[in-house]
Design a binder for this molecule. Sequence first.
Ligand SMILES: *[C@@H]1O[C@H](CO)[C@@H](O)[C@H](O)[C@H]1NC(C)=O
Ligand SMILES: *[C@@H]1O[C@H](CO)[C@@H](O)[C@H](O)[C@H]1NC(C)=O
Ligand SMILES: *[C@@H]1O[C@H](CO)[C@@H](O)[C@H](O)[C@H]1NC(C)=O
Ligand SMILES: *[C@@H]1O[C@H](CO)[C@@H](O)[C@H](O)[C@H]1NC(C)=O
Ligand SMILES: *[C@@H]1O[C@H](CO)[C@@H](O)[C@H](O)[C@H]1NC(C)=O
Ligand SMILES: *[C@@H]1O[C@H](CO)[C@@H](O)[C@H](O)[C@H]1NC(C)=O
Ligand SMILES: *[C@@H]1O[C@H](CO)[C@@H](O)[C@H](O)[C@H]1NC(C)=O
Ligand SMILES: *[C@@H]1O[C@H](CO)[C@@H](O)[C@H](O)[C@H]1NC(C)=O
Ligand SMILES: *[C@@H]1O[C@H](CO)[C@@H](O)[C@H](O)[C@H]1NC(C)=O
Ligand SMILES: *[C@@H]1O[C@H](CO)[C@@H](O)[C@H](O)[C@H]1NC(C)=O
Length: 793
Amino acid sequence: MKYLKRHLLCAISSIIICDIINSIAQSGCTSPAIQCRCQQRSITFIINCRDKRLIQIPIFNKTNAEYDELTFGSPYPDASVCSVCNRITSIPPRAFANLRVKRIDLTNNALTDISNDSFAGVEPYLKELLLQGDRTNELNYAALKNLTRLTTLHLEKFQQTTLNSSNIFGYLQNLEFLKLKTFKRLSFIQSSAFKNKVSKLKTLWLEGLPLVVYPAGAILNIPSLQSLNFINTQVKKLYSQSFRDLRSLKELDLSHNLIDSIENDTFTGITDTLLFLNLAVNRLGYNTNKKESLNFLSSQHWTDLEQLSLAYNKLDTIPDGPFRNMPKLAYLTLKSCQLSFISNGLLQGLQNLHTLDVSENRITQISSNAFVHTPQLKELRLDRQHKESIKELALNFPPTAVEPIRASLTHLNVEHNRVNVSQIWEIIKFLTNLEELKLRNTNLVAVPDFVFRYHTQLQILDLSENQITSFDQKSVHGLKDTLTSLSLSDNNLTTIDECVLQNFSKLNHLYLANNFWDCDCDLIWLYDWIEMSAEPGIEYIVEFVCHSPPSLRENLLQTVNRSHLSCTPAHIPHTCPDYYSTSTIPTTITTTTTKALPVFKIFITEAMIFSINVFWTINDKSDVTGYILSIVDLQNNISRSLKSLKRDNTLFRFKGLQPQRAYTICLQLELNNVRSDNLVSCVTQSTKSIPVFELFKKTVIDTYIEVNWKVSDVTEITGFLLSIVPLKNVKDIRYETVPKDRTSFIFKNLRSIESYEICLKLIIKSQVYDGEKKCKTLQTKQTIKTKQMKTAT
Ligand SMILES: *[C@@H]1O[C@H](CO)[C@@H](O)[C@H](O)[C@H]1NC(C)=O
Ligand SMILES: *[C@@H]1O[C@H](CO)[C@@H](O)[C@H](O)[C@H]1NC(C)=O
Ligand SMILES: *[C@@H]1O[C@H](CO)[C@@H](O)[C@H](O)[C@H]1NC(C)=O
Ligand SMILES: *[C@@H]1O[C@H](CO)[C@@H](O)[C@H](O)[C@H]1NC(C)=O
Ligand SMILES: *[C@@H]1O[C@H](CO)[C@@H](O)[C@H](O)[C@H]1NC(C)=O
Ligand SMILES: *[C@@H]1O[C@H](CO)[C@@H](O)[C@H](O)[C@H]1NC(C)=O
Ligand SMILES: *[C@@H]1O[C@H](CO)[C@@H](O)[C@H](O)[C@H]1NC(C)=O
Ligand SMILES: *[C@@H]1O[C@H](CO)[C@@H](O)[C@H](O)[C@H]1NC(C)=O
Ligand SMILES: *[C@@H]1O[C@H](CO)[C@@H](O)[C@H](O)[C@H]1NC(C)=O
Ligand SMILES: *[C@@H]1O[C@H](CO)[C@@H](O)[C@H](O)[C@H]1NC(C)=O
C-alpha cells in the first residue's frame, strides 16, 4: 500500500519531483556547494539546488568534476505561493567559474541583475542555459555573448519591445533550440531578426508574446528549422505562403492563438514535410466564412502528416472530407469542437487513422457509415458529449457503425454520456478485441449476462458511477485470463459473491467504493482477499465501506472483526457454476434452435484502377466454416467466384479488373459446411479510371530534346516509360523508364535536323499500361555552329 501511495502521489504531482524521490540516493557524486545536493541518475550528475530557499547563488568550491546540470528551478508553477522556492535575483560576476557544468537552469527565479561577466569561466562547458526575469527588467544580453557553445537558450519573462537584427544570436553559432516565453511587450519581430544568424537552429519556441501578425518574414530566414512552436500570441490570420521555405519543418504547433482564418496555400511548401500539426485552441469556425474554415486542409496534399489537433475550435458546420488528403494521419483530435454528429463523410480518406478523439462535443448522432473509412481505428474517445444541463439528449450510436472497426478497435471510451443502453451493449458485443472499455457514468443499471463471452483481450473495465444493482459471475464471464482492472465504484450494489472474480489471475486493481454493501458472510472472501493484497506486489484498491447491518455501517471492511461478517443459519452458501465447460452454459446461449444467425456485412476498403479491396465483419464466427466470394462485371455480366476462403479471413483483393468498370461483389457464408442463399451480403463499386495524361515539348535544340508531362492523379503510378524513335529508322527505337516523381526527361546525343517520335506510357503498379500512349513528333534544330556560319556568309 505504501508503494501504491507514492505512485499515486507521483501521478498527481510533477514527474520531476518524483524522479528525484525515486532516484536512488547519491553515491559517486558530491555537491560543490554546501546548500545543494549532488544527484546521480544513471550516468548523469546533477547539482540539485531546487527548493532550498536560496536568495543568492551559493559559493561553489573549485572542482574538476564534470556535471550535467545545475538547477535552481522549481516544479511549482507559481513561486509566489511556494515557501521553499528559491528567490535568486542576481548573478554575480564569475558565479560559476569554478564549475564544469553543461546546463544551468535558473527558471522560477526572478532575475533582475545579470552582469557582463556572470558566466565568465564556464563558457567552455556551458551548452544549455535557462533564465527567467521579473517581467519588468531587460535581459543583459552582453552577458551571453561569449557563450558560443550554447545549443539551448530558454529566456522567459524579460522586458523587451522588439527583436531586430542587432540581437546577439549571431554570436551563438551553435544554437539549436531557442525559446522566448512571456515577453509581455515584445510585439514586433523584424524580418531581419534571424537572417544569417542561427544557421543550426532546429527548434524555435515563441510563447506568450503579444504579436498580432505572424512574423513570417523573420521565421522564413531560418531554413534549418525542424520544429516551430508559435503559441499564445494575438495572431488572428495566417496568410498564404507563410512557411514556404521551411523545407525541414516536421512539427508545427500553432495552438492557443486567435486564428480564425487560414488561406488555402498558407502551408504550401511544408505540406509534404510536416508530421505534426497543432491548431488547437484557436477561433477556427467563428468567423462568417465558417463553412470554409478547413479548406486549407482539404485543398492540399498532406503526404506525411501523422498527427493533427483541431481541438477547441468550432467545427460544427464543416463540409464532408476535410481530412481526405491525409493518407498517413494516425492521430486526430477533434475534442471540444461543438460537433453535433459524425457524418458519413467526416472521416473520409483516413485509411491509417489509429486514434480519434471526439470527446467533449455535442454529438447526438453517429452515422452508420461513419467508420467505413477508418479500418485501422484502434482508439475511439467519445466521452462527455453532453453538458449536465442538457443530458436528456441521448447519443444515437447505431451498432452497425462499428462493424468496419470491429477487428481493429481496442480502446473505447464513452464515459459521461447518456447512451441508448441497448445499443451500447450491442456495440460491446461486437467489439471482441477491446482491451479497454470505459463506461463510467452512462446510466447503466445492469450488465447483460455473458456480454463479454467472446472478449479475449479485455484488461480494463470501468463501470463506475452507474446504478448497477447486481453483478455476478455471468457479468464478467470470459475475462478471467485478461482482466487487470475492474471498477464498480459508485453503483447500487449490495453484495459481490465469491464466484464473480474467482480465478481472475491478472486482476490487480479493484475499485468498490460507494455502494450499499451488506457486510455479511458472503463477503468473507473479499475480507481475506484484502488482507492478502497487503502483500507487496499486489495493488488492490478497495475502499469498501459497509452500509449494513446497522452495527457495521460506515465501517471499512478491513477494520471489521472477521467473525462479525455473519449470516443467518438459513443462508445457503454459494456454489460457483463452471460456465467455461460448455455443458453448463445456459441453453439460451447455445441451443441451435434459438441461436441467432451471424450478423455480417461486406465493405469496400479501397477501389483502385485494376483492383478492389473488400473487407467484411461478422459478429460470431463460431459456426462459420468458410466464405464464398464472387464478383460480377456489370458491363458484360461475366462472373467469377472464389470458394472456401478460410474462416479467419476478413480481407480480399480482387485483382486484374478493368479500369472504370462497375462490379458487384458478394460474400456468402457457409455455416457448418452448408451454404445458405439467405446469408449473402453484396456491394457494388466501380474501379478508378486511368489517369488523364498529356505529353509536352519543353526544349528542342540541335542535339537534345526535353519533354515534360502532366498526369491527373499519380497515386497508383509507379513510373513512366518513354520511347524515342527516329522517323527515318524506326528500328532504332530506344526506351527509358523514369521514376514516378519525375515530370520531365531530356533525350541527349541526338542528331541535328532529324525528326523523332517520342511517346509516353504510364507504369501503373509496376506494369506498363499499354492501353494508352501520348506521342509527339519533334525535329531537332541545326547545330549552332552551322547556323552561325550560314548567317556569316
Ligand atoms: C568548500 O571549501 C571549504 C574550504 O576549503 C570547506 O570548508 C567546505 O567544506 C567546502 N564545501 C564543500 C561543499 O565541499
Ligand atoms: C557590458 O557590455 C556592454 C556591451 O559589450 C558594454 O556596452 C557595457 O559598458 C558593459 N558594462 C559594464 C558594466 O562593463
Ligand atoms: C569575452 O571574451 C573575450 C575574448 O576572450 C574577452 O576579451 C571578453 O572580456 C569576454 N567578455 C565577457 C563579457 O566575458
Ligand atoms: C533593436 O532593439 C533594441 C532593443 O532590443 C533597441 O535598443 C534598438 O534600438 C533596436 N535597433 C533598431 C535599429 O531598431
Ligand atoms: C480554397 O480551396 C477550396 C477547396 O479546394 C476551394 O473551393 C476554394 O475556392 C479555395 N479558395 C481560394 C480563395 O482559392
Ligand atoms: C435505442 O436503440 C434501439 C435500437 O437501435 C432503438 O430501437 C430504440 O428506440 C432506442 N431507444 C431510445 C430510447 O432511443
Ligand atoms: C440507486 O441508488 C440511488 C440512490 O439511493 C437511487 O436514487 C436509485 O434509484 C437507485 N437506482 C436503482 C436502479 O436502483
Ligand atoms: C472478534 O470478535 C470475537 C467475538 O465477538 C471476539 O472473541 C474476538 O476477540 C474479536 N477479535 C478481535 C481481534 O477483536
Ligand atoms: C476456478 O478454477 C478451479 C480449478 O480449475 C475450478 O474448479 C473452479 O470451478 C473455477 N471457478 C470458477 C468460478 O470458474
Ligand atoms: C447475367 O447473367 C445472369 C446469370 O448468368 C442472368 O440471370 C442475368 O439475366 C444476366 N443479366 C444481364 C443483364 O445480362
